[in-house]
Design a protein around this ligand. Sequence first.
Ligand code: HEC
Ligand code: HEC
Length: 451
Amino acid sequence: MASVSGWALSPQAEAAKPEPDLAAGRAAYGQYCARCHGPQAAGDGYDAKRLYPRPRNLTEGVFKFRSTATGTAPTDEDLFRTLTNGLPGSGMPDWRHLDEAVRWQLVYYVKSLSSVEQDAPAQPVDLGRDPGPRHADLAAGKRAYEKMGCAACHGAQGRGNGTSAPSLTDTWGRATRPADLTQGWNYRGGSDTKAIVTRVLAGIDGTPMPSYAEAASPNDAWQLAYYVRSLQQDPNWSMIAHAPLAREGLPASLDDPRWQRVPRVDVRLRNAMNEQGEWALPQTVSAVSFRVVHDGAAARFLISWQDPSDDRGDSPDGLALALPSAKVVGDSVTLQLWPMRFSPPLDLCVWSAKSLKTNEGVVRRYDTLLQGASQAVPLDTQAAYEDGQWRVMMTRPLAPANLPNAAQITPGRFTPLAFAVWDGGNAGQRATSSWVDVVMDAEPAKAHASQ
Ligand code: HEC
Ligand code: HEC
């Protein structure tokens, strides 16, 4: 498991800690931070509305990623680490490229913005001793996960789909969601066991995630952390996907073992802006995984994504597999902005959880297909929802005969494709990917290493 280290503070960092120079800190803040956190650090910078969660109001002194008791100030090192690594999965960038001395001045400046240091000085939590991976007891960790009620928010398998997940709000009155613990790359405060133990014992202030310092011994917390870490799945990010030729026929169902021989590709999603140009909701679907295989006549896709709720009503879950229409060059349109005035039509294969069916059409808007366009062509589809995950299998002819301007997929050539996902349980929020290239290979599936 690749680890986003929350603890990669170089031993020299401490030694290099300079004397505070608030004027230098203020200048660096104005240069790097004000556009998001605001000129007076009230969390209202020019870019703030484009981000969710919102940039923090740093004058309130509420910090999420601390190694200190809940309600107390973070340590200087906590802030230094946040600046250095950024907060993955949020709009907070990393500042590794700034000199360490500048980062320390920013730390001092952030501390000077609120009174938390005076009101509640940093009180480090006792992390106990790491039993080490060889003494990790995953069964004990799983029991702790169940006993301590983590599943109520994070879900039985950690997919962020617990029963309380849809109704959580943060200190600032905004909707928030429990982290998807299977997506280690998306942990804000680090995905290694030490970071997880720290989150459990210190809590995440400002959010519904409590501190378990009273409820768990450090040893329980370490076992729990090893278990949580075991839930993380390595992503396989790629901009290019290979669709092997299935000489033995296409996989026939969602669970057909032949899918295991097809490499999986993961693609990140970003929420689309609302009409006011804001991000106003938490992102509940962060990535799509897909495998594709073909038999010379049709391509069969197995697409899966984590969505915390199964919504089949009037605001259903949905997925669009986008291909450029025959008249468009792939990269000339971004799904982030599509559809907009004068944007070209796209070839969309749109699946809806309401009908459990997929329709393909060359359209100028998603709605056309979501509402059932007259020229739409149905695609052979299977779908299943299980514990926070949708899986959809759809089959599309390489060269559709009865769909004018449909994308023609030619084996051996790159075809761009992209995804849009709707989570009906998140007010119809749409998340979109960038384009990835798919190439239909000429050699059989066996030639590819399995993943
Ligand atoms: C592109 C926007 C953006 C910029 C630029 C930015 N931040 Fe942030 N920052 C955020 C967001 C968004 C959050 C909230 C993340 C969350 O709540 O999970 C955040 C959170 C923080 C936090 C809170 C950490 C915690 O533990 O809760 C600190 C401290 C912080 N930023 C400092 C800075 C400093 C210092 C700079 C300049 C070097 C900076 N930020 C630049 C977007 C930004
Ligand atoms: C009441 C709901 C709730 C419960 C119970 C809860 N969490 Fe969380 N958890 C959250 C929320 C909300 C977040 C996201 C916080 C944020 O980043 O804003 C979160 C985030 C996390 C993170 C990710 C931190 C990061 O770096 O991004 C971990 C790890 C975690 N929780 C572990 C646990 C474990 C283990 C338990 C049980 C001991 C637990 N949580 C119990 C709500 C909860």
